[in-house]
Design a protein around this ligand. Sequence first.
Ligand SMILES: NC(=O)C1=CN([C@@H]2O[C@H](COP(=O)(O)OP(=O)(O)OC[C@H]3O[C@@H](n4cnc5c(N)ncnc54)[C@H](O)[C@@H]3O)[C@@H](O)[C@H]2O)C=CC1
Ligand SMILES: O=C(O)CCC(=O)C(=O)O
Length: 396
Amino acid sequence: MTKFAIQTLNAISPVGLQRLDRDVFDVGTDIRRPRAILLRSADLHSVEVPSSLYAVARAGAGTNNIPVDRLAALGVPVFNTPGANANAVKELVIAGMLLAARNLYHAADYTRDLVADKHLSGADLDKQVEAGKKQFAGFELPGKTLGVIGLGAIGVLVANAAQSLGLKVLGYDPAVTVKSAWQLSPQVEQVASVEELLSRSDMITLHVPLVEGTRGLINAQRVALMPEGSVVLNFARGGVVDEAAVLEALDSGHLHAYVNDFPSEAGAIHPKVIALPHLGASTGEAEDNCAVMAVDQLSDYLLHGNIRNAVNFPEVVMARTPGTTRLGIFNENKPNMIGQITAALAEAGLNVAEFTNKSKGEYAYTLVDVEGEVKDALKERILAIDGVIRARKIEG
Ligand SMILES: NC(=O)C1=CN([C@@H]2O[C@H](COP(=O)(O)OP(=O)(O)OC[C@H]3O[C@@H](n4cnc5c(N)ncnc54)[C@H](O)[C@@H]3O)[C@@H](O)[C@H]2O)C=CC1
Ligand SMILES: O=C(O)CCC(=O)C(=O)O
């Protein structure tokens, strides 16, 4: 059997990579004509999609670096790893709240300067430490209100953790899932609009994907709704915030701080901005979790055609029927596709042992186990059906 070639475009934890049996998979950075691409934040938008490509796996949550729709139209699932790095982000958000509330970043700079620039020591250092500290006096978290925008894997953890630290927590998510709703602390108050959340929060934190509907979600009009001295935390994506509007509000004193994970030229050097180098998921634990989940989903797809956690196709998982051949078929989600596919199988004299078909948005995916040999002519016949995008014979 020809090995599946998997190209890695970022550093992927070896804990995940070692799960790929090297008798079955070739894995490396310099692979040409890959069957799959395994990546983190590498930008795939400007990359030409190789015709050899069967799948893309993102070891992480955000897929805005991947042309998800273009790949869907080619029958290429894009997998991500929901929740696998959520705890790491949650911890950084809590750290970000404390950095802002206690002015820690500037306070640490101050003490470093006393020694490194002003060369103070001993009693002189003690004196300046005590004299200078009042400028960094902060506020405590209990009793303050945190607004959480986006109550998915990360937002729920942040909301619950903030609640347990004594904050009043407001949440906004127009498409909250049943799973998230079950996990959310009952004390978290769900509000009906971003506007309400902003006008009632001392701090807001963003946990939404960057898509057209969330680009510039926090803009000048919305910043104006926030109470004087509020804090914005952005560990989602830079584009979710109109940074120019936030910088203006920091300059005017309307906002106290902007803590974010996506430095820009202007933001990185602004005195009221704490810009971290995209550290949200950078813990050993999160990197291992994401790599394991991405690798397992990818290998299950390459070996068995099963789809779990693809952002552009439905969840389709079917146990293999012994002694059969499996076909994976992507098609447009329109009437009579299943009828035409099963008719083609019947014409070829093949009995269907198991069949499953699910749709998501514009597309659908079928897994079918058939008794008998699947000849290339049958694959061509299926591909010729109007609306079929891709058909793959999956050796088993
Ligand atoms: N800084 C970092 O290193 C990391 C950043 N992220 C970012 O965080 C984002 C969220 O991650 P997860 O919580 O794991 O994703 P998730 O998919 O579990 O949750 C996202 C939530 O946002 C909600 N949402 C979508 N549009 C919304 C809107 N307009 N208003 C309010 N809610 C909206 C969805 O309904 C969903 O519940 C990712 O897409 C990624 O961009 C994720 C992991 C690490
Ligand atoms: O892989 C990383 O370090 C970034 C993680 C991230 O931004 C995500 O999972 O969306």
